[in-house]
Design a protein around this ligand. Structure first.
Ligand code: HAM
Length: 436
């Protein structure tokens, strides 16, 4: 039979070596930052019922109409790989009654993991991509909006990302949006024939999305459209103003972008996106996007509970950090490399390596019967601080020499007392180094 050759699916990636270090660094920093703000981790399934996504993202959104990885399972259920994190988290919030009195309010949670959208792969756009996201439930206070926006900015700056820009807008509450929707339809209707096909459909189903069109003709038409600010209720106006006041006070810079509409339909009041304005990163895509939503928890069978959150694309973040040379990813050197020679040395070497790891050191050894010279090369390449060599003599005497590769000094160690003595040996070698 001919050998099969497999390639990864289009729009996906294999990550290994230094690439994985970048991911770990970012995930670690996210956990650290978010926990300081009181956000605990949540893990929800990677696939859910198709309806969960179509009802939350909106059945006219691109995500639902064009990009879903959906399938019928063997029990004839219509399922989908999650295209985003919010819907699953809201479902889990309702199903596990996380709105109950035993839980903190607001209920603040974060997640990280793969998401799936059937998009045309290109720079910054993948079919399997990863989001780090947060959701906070149960407060309508504008101070929470300010906290969430501040947190994403602080997180990105803590990674060294430069030239950040926060775009801020409001979609108003339901009444404001309704009034604005009518006004927008009145404005766009006379231009119906000039609109793109996509926008014609959106005008019927979700006219706000026309504002978001990438089509140049549409954009020219949209330029003269009324803005949401003329239709905001007093409450929404006050909310948006308060968010801005808090951000000003916290020194978080932002720009108001009245044409920004998010690609998912569940938002109201504050929405925001974070991007970079680095001139070297032309067309740099949006790194994070989010905002307030209400009605979702209720729609999924819970008590009416407002939510706010954001999702951040990890691949995009890494691309920007790489372009700005902010990922310093030197792999940590090994603590110990054990070079060994002769068949008799294997067991002792394996034992010693295990003991060192039990003590909390990193340790590695040869598994290919290579020459001592080749093993020392590996030790150097792996940046081993200490090297121990085990041959027939060492096996017999149970005594080895620990060589400090930085200073060249050596110390004796009896293999029967590794656990008791190792720390002292290292301290002695380090003291010698300091004395030099
Ligand atoms: P979103 O704007 O659809 O929002 O996605 C958030 C981020 O995910 C984007 O800014 C981008 O960085 C990344 N992203 C989206 N699609 C792709 C793709 N195909 N390839 C690579 N990266 C991508 C949401 O998903 C909302 N759930 C955010 C949210 C949470 N709103 C409230 N809570």
């Amino acid at each position: 039979m001919a050998k099969a050759s497999f390639k990864k699916p289009k729009g996906t990636a294999d990550l290994f070596d230094n690439q994985v270090l970048a991911w770990q660094k970012i995930e670690q920093q996210a956990r650290l930052t978010f926990s300081r703000y009181g956000y605990g981790e949540i893990r929800t399934p990677i696939f859910e019922s198709f309806d969960l996504f179509s009802r939350s993202a909106g059945d006219t959104s691109d995500v639902v109409t064009k990009e879903m990885y959906d399938f019928m399972d063997k029990g004839d259920r219509h399922m989908a790989l999650r295209p985003e994190g919010t819907a699953g988290v809201v479902r889990a919030f309702v199903e596990n009654k996380l709105f109950g009195p035993e839980h903190e309010k607001p209920y603040k949670t974060f997640y990280m993991g793969p998401m799936f959208r059937y998009e045309r792969p290109q720079a910054g756009r993948f079919r399997q991509f990863h989001q780090i996201g947060v959701e906070a439930f149960g407060s309508t206070e504008p101070s929470l909006d300010a906290e969430v926006i501040t947190m994403v900015v602080k997180f990105l700056s803590s990674l060294g990302l430069k030239d950040l820009k926060v775009a801020l807008n409001t979609l108003g509450d339901q009444d404001s949006r309704k009034a604005y929707r009518e006004a927008l339809i009145d404005y766009l209707k006379p231009n119906f024939d000039k609109l793109s096909k996509d926008s014609q459909v959106r005008l019927e189903k979700n006219p706000l999305r026309v504002l978001d069109s990438k089509d140049e003709n549409d954009q020219a038409i949209v330029e003269g459209a009324p803005t949401i600010f003329d239709y905001l209720s007093e409450e929404s106006k006050a909310h948006f103003q308060a968010v801005q006041n808090y951000l000003d006070a916290l020194g978080i810079e932002y720009e108001i972008d009245s044409n920004m509409v998010r690609g998912l339909d569940y938002y109201n009041n504050t929405i925001f996106e974070v991007m970079t304005t680095d001139p070297n990163l032309k067309g740099a895509a949006t790194i994070a996007g989010g905002g307030r939503y209400s009605g979702l928890v209720e729609e999924f069978g819970g008590p009416e509970t407002p939510g706010i959150g954001f999702g951040l694309g990890v691949e995009r973040l890494i691309a920007l950090l790489t372009a700005q040379d902010q990922l310093n990813l030197d792999e940590d050197g090994l603590d110990f490399y054990i070079a060994h020679i002769g068949d008799n040395s294997v067991l002792k070497t394996l034992e010693l390596a295990t003991n060192l790891r039990d003590l909390g050191y990193s340790a590695d050894m040869d598994f290919e019967n290579r020459s001592v010279k080749a093993q020392f090369k590996t030790a150097n390449r792996r940046k081993a601080r200490f090297v121990i060599t085990i041959g027939d003599n060492e096996v017999e005497s149970n005594e080895v020499k620990v060589k400090d590769m930085v200073t060249g000094s050596q110390a004796d160690l009896n293999l029967a007392y590794v656990k008791e003595k190792m720390e002292t040996v290292i301290a002695a070698l380090s003291a010698e180094e300091e004395g030099k």
